[in-house]
Design a protein around this ligand. Structure first.
Ligand SMILES: [Zn+2]
Length: 80
């Protein structure tokens, strides 16, 4: 599904209602916006990201820090 939208004067767009309903996006929910290398934006519901590399998969929480498995392994290796 492709929908053309115009940015408003503050750079905002509205996510089409059909998509909000389809994916259960509610008013006030947090989203993450990522610009891909080719300049294509990706928007998804907010999820914790690794403090060190920005990954959003295989994330663990240690105290108040989110860290991915790869960075945790690297950190463990650098300490021991
Ligand atoms: Zn990481």
């Amino acid at each position: 599904m492709t929908v053309s939208k115009k940015l408003d004067s503050h750079g905002r767009i509205t996510v089409p209602k059909a998509l909000r309903l389809k994916y259960g996006w509610k008013s006030g929910m947090s989203v993450d916006v990522e610009m891909k290398a080719d300049g294509t934006p990706a928007v998804r519901p907010h999820s914790p990201t690794c403090r060190f590399c920005g990954a959003y998969q295989n994330i663990h929480r240690f105290k108040d820090i989110y860290i991915c498995t790869d960075c945790a392994d690297e950190l463990k290796g650098s300490i021991l």
